[in-house]
Design a protein around this ligand. Structure first.
Ligand SMILES: [Zn+2]
Length: 305
């Protein structure tokens, strides 16, 4: 066994240990400052009647963004943060409507987006892509939530009609996972992208970079094409998986950065840079995406296939 393999093995074990610690603690309710709690409080989406946002800035302190559509026949929500978030969500939604939450759509299966599915199930239909269900039933460990696997699934597209409003869920290909959906509010020309598109800083101030969940069918190779299909939909306002309310132009910026990143990795590979050296050789500092070396190597492995 050469030294690099040994070192790689030790690092992989350390990363795994760190990840499982992260996942364990992420399921416990963090203590937030008054200022952070204010940033996470439900608010109306400006200019979009009936649409609200429970903001989310990261996957460890705040969970993902929740979109909330009020109708006179009930409420549709997209994503639901952590397993412990159910009471907080129902209380905050209850502060803007007396209507019940009838439908819960998942952008993907991760525990910071779909963590409280199971708590909603007695009173609401939980709907997700078929791979959301598959991934939730397969995954084991502290962050897994097989009880929350959606009972209603779809392969490419589905719609929910309630109170005269329509919400459309589109699975447009591989990216963050193999079960990502972009959720469109067509009348409001607003989309929730899940983690196919994330933006800005976490609550702790660190910068978010795209994460390819290879254990759950994610891929870098098709991510840009998937985003091109998202961009082909008709909307002007964007709720990212994590980050502030944005416009369509920011998805284009993210898409172009992703394409740049892949092109630079491919270029290094074509010039013979090895897996061991790829992370050190790659310069993406201008993209402001702090990718871990193991993440760059995982993309190298994918593109080598
Ligand atoms: Zn995610």
């Amino acid at each position: 066994m050469n030294n690099n393999i040994l070192k790689g093995g030790v690092i992989a074990v350390l990363l795994l240990a760190a990840a499982s610690i992260g996942l364990t603690t992420a399921q416990q309710r963090p203590t937030l400052t008054a200022e952070q709690l204010e940033r996470l409080t439900i608010r109306a989406v400006p200019g979009k009647e009936g649409l609200y946002l429970m903001p989310g800035f990261d996957g460890s302190l705040s969970g993902g963004n929740i979109a909330i559509l009020l109708t006179n026949e009930g409420v549709i929500i997209v994503d639901n943060k952590y397993s412990y978030s159910y009471e907080d969500i129902t209380r905050q939604v209850g502060s803007v409507t007396s209507q019940p939450i009838r439908y819960v759509l998942n952008t993907h299966h991760h525990f910071d987006h779909a963590g409280s599915n199971a708590s909603f199930m007695p009173d609401a239909q939980v709907i997700g892509h078929e791979n959301v269900r598959v991934n939730m039933l397969r995954n084991r460990g502290p962050s897994a939530s097989p009880d929350g696997a959606p009972r209603l699934t779809y392969s490419d597209k589905t719609s929910v009609h309630l109170g005269g409003a329509e919400v459309e869920a589109y699975h447009l290909g591989c990216g963050h996972t193999n079960g990502d959906s972009a959720i469109l509010f067509p009348e409001l020309r607003t989309i929730h992208t899940g983690d196919l598109f994330i933006w800005g800083d976490r609550l702790d101030g660190s910068t978010m970079a795209p994460f390819i969940d290879y254990d759950n069918g994610g891929c870098a190779r098709d991510w840009v094409a998937t985003l091109d299909q998202v961009l082909a939909l008709d909307f002007d306002t964007v709720i990212p998986g994590h980050g502030p309310l944005l416009r369509k132009s920011e998805i284009r910026i993210f898409r172009d950065k992703f394409e740049q990143m892949l092109a630079r990795i491919r270029e290094l590979m074509d010039s013979g840079v090895s897996r061991d050296d790829i992370a050190a050789e790659l310069d993406i500092s201008d993209l402001n995406w702090p990718l871990a070396p193991a993440g760059v190597q995982a993309i190298y492995d994918e593109l080598s296939q």
